[in-house]
Write a protein that binds this ligand. Sequence first.
Ligand code: IMP
Ligand code: MG
Length: 426
Amino acid sequence: MFGPKTHCVVVVGAQWGDEGKGKVVDVLAERADLVVRYQGGANAGHTVDTGAGEFVLHQIPSGILQGAVCVVGNGVVLDPETFFTELDALAARGVKYDGKLYVSDRAHLTLPFHKLLDRAREKHERIGTTGRGIGPTYEDKYGRRGIRVGDLKNLAGASTRVCARVAEANQMLELLGYAERADATEHVALLERLAPRLLPLAVDAGRVVYEALARGEAVLLEGAQGALLDVDHGTYPYVTSSNTTAGGAAVGAGIGPTAIDAVLGVVKAYTTRVGNGPLPTEAEPAIAEEIRRLGGEFGATTGRPRRCGWFDAVVVRYAVRVNGLTGLAVTKLDVLDTFAQIPVCVSYTLDGEELDTMPADGESIGRVRAVYEQLPGWQKPTSAVRRLADLPAAARAYLDRLQDLARCPVRYVSVGTRRDQIIEVP
Ligand code: IMP
Ligand code: MG
């Protein structure tokens, strides 16, 4: 991926999240100097299997496992409790991060009252959120009442503001008919505990990224969730609260869009979604169950069973367009090894009319019918394959068809969870 003309690469999810970005970032991070998370928060669950063990990261960039310098960008909402629990767990497993981890002084903090609000709203709205306080934290950010990492420098000021926010949150909880309340004293104590640990990591992250690029270093911008969960481009309102698409990478890392050289979209060889909202290629229960079992499709953050279905080329074509993808990484090809026939959705129909792109409204997306093409399965194991030429012919034909339908070249194919189970397309 990285080369003389490619210093800054974005990795994004091109479906509904859980495409295997953690693994792809881990593989690419071997050659990266800097890895930056730029949006989302502890809702993400990036699973990485280094071969020596499995790690699930929610807040910390996956690049930490390859020894890259890691930055939590301004676009991220930082849950400090998850962050430090995760950091301590990494340290206990021998992962070193001294001098290798920075946090933007402009990143907003997710506090316990945000999580209560998330859960209280969820009772009414049923988006199927992860309950990690993501929406309420972004609401505070855009409402210009959020508390940022850099605010901890003035603890007295931050404490006054957090008390006011807790009082407002409690009124809202009352209004929503939610029994639990947030405690102002606990919030102040949390900020006091946090400040000495968080402030030493706080930097102007955009400047760190800018200077790394100026030195010619390789920078990887790591997205969370996927294009169809983007607050603007996703299946609204069943989306997350940030811009998961590549434009969000520039804003959330604090660099200009002209600094980005390539955008790699990660897609599963099929489709999954966790949470509510439309999923046009959702398979019938028995097949969904089979895919879920073969692919181990359970949420890394909430443990919820993921909804499963076939590859949806309308979705990926759309993701190619809204992200400006320059390449695809197809993951979990091996999960399809046993199927005799593999349906691929090539277009939709809505009220008898053919559609070749995503409609804007959830109601229409919920009613589209997927039009399938049947591709022959390969029915041979692929998890030991390391070169494209060694894949069964039907598997190569499957990948060729996906890239034709998506209108974007396949650059990587992943055939298992481990770091070494990857095929780089020449
Ligand atoms: P929130 O991001 O917790 O507000 O959840 C909003 C929607 O995004 C829900 O459907 C979640 O299941 C989904 N979501 C959030 N983070 C992830 C993720 O990392 N992978 C997959 N789905 C996610
Ligand atoms: Mg995930």
